[in-house]
Unconditional design. Structure first.
Ligand code: NAD
Length: 511
């Protein structure tokens, strides 16, 4: 996609909610274009490549949220009563439509998020894997049944909850919504999804594919907006469960708000992922994997490497990492090149501020992303090159807080125990990885890391279906994983059915 394609030849228009099977404008939008500049009604959607406004995201108010939840509530009865197989068959059509429109969806991700086309295509494929998993629900959810006594059987029956709300972040416009959408509806619930106000276009397009696949009206609804809309959804009395993915402070807030109303809540938060390089690690493989981990999707992944702990000095490894990261260039072509921009100007400022603060504390800047030059013609975009910082002080903020950008902190520690002490002291708990050539060392680390998703020689240890995705500590508020088996339990009630058809004459009440 060229820069020209991003230049809007006509005035950008607002997107619409998707309610009861149709695109609808928000209640307060009177099609008066001056309203687009009212920050209480619309948020401009910016191209990270150019900084230009490409669309407007409406801020859904109570009327809009009520409309969507009531459409979902109305659709629930009939949808929840259909067989699992019936629902899976519609899911197969949706899966095929995602494949058919893969390229178009990836272009939308490039346009609104700024990642490269290769990364966008990988995101579509990974998101569609969860759809594949949901297609298998008839095989995965049979429940238990057993004769527990003479003439008596007990059965666990999985039943849908009702209306489920899903609030998602900006960093995976398609994949994160697909963590919940296929399982939520595949299990017989109905859904109201709120995309990030920064990237609403991809799911707006997916809404049409939902309709084309044949999901009945009201099964999937999409309402747009930011914090206010998310709050209205979380507190809505007809919503049975809420999932959230985003920063930890909002995750904690949503979790508290929903739990206080006795809803099921699963809120995934931020991350601070540690990689440990043991002296016996394979140099080239480790260096490349670390670079991929901290720069992929321009570092805006909850599984991205953030801190590298080297056990003892490892100058050759560090040199190799710096040399490889230095080669990553921006491209004038949106979606091309090895690295895209970050999501907004605030992110550029935040990421660079961490590097500057570390520098002021005596850290050595081995690679300086602050000086990265925007591609010609894209000077208005949000550009931030890869930074590599060698810390001298363990108390640098960059070593402790989530940076969420293409920046790697390196800290030398003396022993494996010191590495673990440092990792365990961090309040987050999404991912960690050990690079080593020795299985005993790998085993020791996987037993001692505090994070929930662990890698051995893989810096982005994302579990793939059927394995569940989810961190621990401040990376997750709630007791379940968001995909896999844990999610099947989260999105269903387990009803326990005890059946007695015949009582032998000699039975007493305990038999
Ligand atoms: P964010 O918390 O700013 O926003 C996430 C969602 O919450 C958006 O839909 C937003 O509109 C809404 N929101 C924002 N403020 C709110 C508030 N006060 N009340 C209610 N809703 C609110 O996060 P983001 O910047 O979009 O995404 C990046 C963050 O997401 C990073 O911290 C990243 O680590 C995290 N993330 C975590 C995972 C995971 O699996 N743990 C996965 C992806 C992203």
């Amino acid at each position: 996609m060229s820069q020209q394609m991003l230049t809007t030849s006509h005035a950008p228009t607002p997107i619409e909610n998707f309610v009861n099977g149709a695109h609808v404008t928000t209640a307060e939008w009177s099609k008066d274009s001056t309203q687009l500049h009212n920050p209480d009604k619309f948020i401009p959607v910016l191209s990270p490549y150019s900084g230009e406004t490409i669309s407007y995201c409406p801020i859904s108010k109570k009327t809009d949220v009520d409309l969507a939840v009531s459409a979902a509530q109305e659709a629930f009865q009939a949808w929840g009563n259909r067989t699992m197989k019936d629902r899976a068959q519609i899911m197969i059509r949706f899966h095929q439509l995602v494949i058919k429109h893969r390229d178009e969806l990836a272009d939308l991700i490039v346009l609104e998020h700024g990642k490269t086309k290769t990364e966008a295509l990988a995101e579509i494929d990974k998101g569609n894997e969860t759809v594949e998993y949901a297609i298998s629900l008839p095989q995965l959810t049979q429940g238990k049944i057993a004769d527990v006594s003479r003439g008596i059987t007990c059965q666990d029956a999985k039943r849908p909850l009702g209306v489920v709300v899903s609030i998602v972040p900006f960093n995976f416009p398609f994949m994160v919504p697909m963590w919940t959408l296929p399982l939520v509806i595949g299990l017989g619930n109905t859904l109201v999804l709120k995309p990030s106000e920064k990237v609403p276009l991809t799911m707006n397009r997916v809404a049409s594919l939902i309709r084309e696949a044949g999901f009945p009206a009201g099964v999937v609804n999409i309402v747009h907006g930011a914090a206010e809309t998310a709050g209205l959804l979380t507190s809505h009395p007809d919503v049975k469960a809420v999932t959230f993915v985003g920063t930890s402070h909002v995750a904690e807030l949503i979790h508290k708000q929903g739990r206080a109303l006795n809803k099921r809540v699963l809120a995934l938060g931020g991350a601070k992922n540690h990689l440990v390089a043991y002296p016996d690690c394979k140099l080239e493989m480790t260096a490349q994997d670390i670079v991929n981990s901290f720069t992929g999707c321009t570092g805006q992944r909850c599984m991205a490497a953030s801190v590298l702990l080297t056990i003892g000095p490892q100058p050759q490894l560090i040199q190799e990492i710096v040399a490889r990261a230095r080669q990553l260039g921006f491209s004038q072509e949106a979606g091309a090149g090895k690295m895209g921009p970050v999501i907004d100007a605030a992110s550029v400022k935040r990421i660079n501020a961490y590097v500057t603060e570390s520098e002021s504390q005596g850290a050595e800047i081995l690679l300086d992303g602050r000086t990265a030059v925007a591609p010609a013609g894209a000077e208005g975009g949000f550009w931030c090159g890869p930074s590599i910082v060698l810390h001298k002080s363990k108390s640098d903020k960059m070593l402790r807080e989530e940076v969420f950008g293409p920046a790697l902190s390196i800290l030398q520690v003396a022993t494996k125990e010191e590495a673990i002490e440092f990792e365990n002291a961090n309040p987050y708990g999404n991912a960690a990885c050990i690079y080593t050539n020795d299985p005993w060392t790998a085993d020791w680390f996987t037993k001692h890391f505090s994070a929930g998703m662990l890698g051995v020689n893989i810096g982005v240890p994302v579990p793939r279906e059927p394995f569940s995705f989810g961190g621990i500590n401040r990376s997750r508020f709630g007791d379940s994983d968001i995909t896999g088996e844990g999610a099947i339990n989260f999105f269903t009630w387990t009803k326990k059915v005890t059946t007695k058809w015949a009582v032998p004459v000699e039975a007493n009440w305990m038999s």
